[in-house]
Design a protein around this ligand. Structure first.
Ligand code: ADP
Ligand code: MG
Length: 326
């Protein structure tokens, strides 16, 4: 089963009195096949979590979404909540970025993992048994399962979230920053788990700002900048052979980009999301105002995607005009 976005645009309404909106994802198209992991990288605020939430139609109430989100061929964008209930957590699961909001502080972790199974008609004892096995798979020590969320470590909490996403064995898995703020041992466990899930045939969308983690688990990497995909490349080329000036800046800035709040060798900051900007973006490369490599054509028209290599894992698209011309 695959996960596919077709011309996905998400805007957030930002005023109670007018129809003012900010565009957070702009015409995103990508497909993740079963047995494939695609990572999405980009700075904070580039729209990564919005993409993750759109994949399950869990966007905030002020979001306006157009385009298609296909889960195994079914466009979920038009489905009602009751129709979505059947798909969410059964066919597609998500590990949310902010686990604090997800885990219920007054329930034991094993009960929270067992809950969707019980909801699906499993007996309580079978559900608890399967949950214990899942926690064991995620290397949570026996005895920890009986604890409450505040009694376990950040690394354990991240693995509990993974257990909750995996317990119903969905065909599609969405991971929003699965290794942010975990220790290196947990990171290595999670890398193994993600790879095993991909090998078992799941389609995995992995959002991460950890550029060293992306190539470990994913086949392809999509570089998101201000709601647009600027480059798509085989993950093994992310650190060694990035082509787009923005991707090169991201790689140069890693691992300091989140602390330093700027990108090495890139002038300015991301543009503001005003309507003035929305008009501007149709006429030029979105990265042009900050690009040190830009030439005249970059401010005159949006660059066309350029493919290279053969097969989907070997395709790179959306080069900047300057890079394409070089
Ligand atoms: P990332 O995960 O890459 O940090 P997000 O998808 O969380 O990015 O956010 C992208 C942009 O959308 C940010 O500028 C954020 O402030 C804005 N945003 C996110 N949710 C909302 C919302 N409900 N209303 C208005 N703006 C939002
Ligand atoms: Mg995010």
């Amino acid at each position: 089963m695959s996960l596919q976005f077709k011309n996905l645009t998400v805007q957030y309404r930002v005023s109670d009195t007018t129809d003012d909106r900010v565009t957070t994802l702009d015409n995103i198209s990508m497909k993740i096949k079963g047995g494939e992991c695609v990572s999405v990288v980009g700075e904070s605020g580039s729209g990564k979590s919005t993409l993750a939430l759109a994949s399950m139609k869990l966007l905030a109430p002020n979001a306006v979404m157009t385009g298609e989100v296909l889960v195994g061929g079914t466009d979920i964008s038009d489905l009602s909540d009751s129709e979505l209930e059947k798909i969410r957590w059964n066919e597609i699961s998500i590990v949310f970025q902010n686990y604090g909001d997800v885990l219920n502080p007054v329930h034991r972790i094993i009960d929270q993992i067992a809950e969707p199974l019980i909801k699906n008609g499993e007996s309580r004892s079978t559900a608890l048994d399967r949950s214990a096995k899942m926690l064991d798979y995620l290397k949570i020590k026996p005895g920890r399962a009986e604890l409450y969320p505040h009694q376990i470590s950040a690394g354990e909490r991240q693995r509990v979230l993974m257990a909750m996403a995996l317990i119903t064995d969905p065909a599609v898995l969405v991971l929003d920053e699965p290794v942010a703020s975990v220790d290196v041992i947990t990171k290595s466990y999670l890398a193994d788990v993600i790879s095993e899930q991909v090998d078992s045939g799941k389609a995995v969308l992995m959002i991460t700002h950890d550029l060293s983690f992306a190539p470990v688990c994913s086949d392809r990497c999509e570089v998101l900048y201000f709601g647009s995909i600027l480059e798509s490349l085989p993950s093994h080329e992310l650190l060694d052979a990035p082509r787009h000036p923005y991707t090169r800046a991201l790689v140069r800035s890693f691992p300091m980009m989140e602390c330093a709040k700027d990108l090495a060798g890139v002038r300015g900051t991301p543009p503001s999301r005003s309507s003035e900007f929305s008009q501007h973006r149709n006429r030029s490369c979105i990265f042009q105002p900050r690009c040190t490599q830009s030439i005249d054509v970059c401010s005159q028209k949006e660059p066309q995607a350029v493919s290279r290599g053969a097969g989907s894992a070997e395709v790179t698209v959306a080069m900047s005009s300057a890079t394409a011309a070089a």
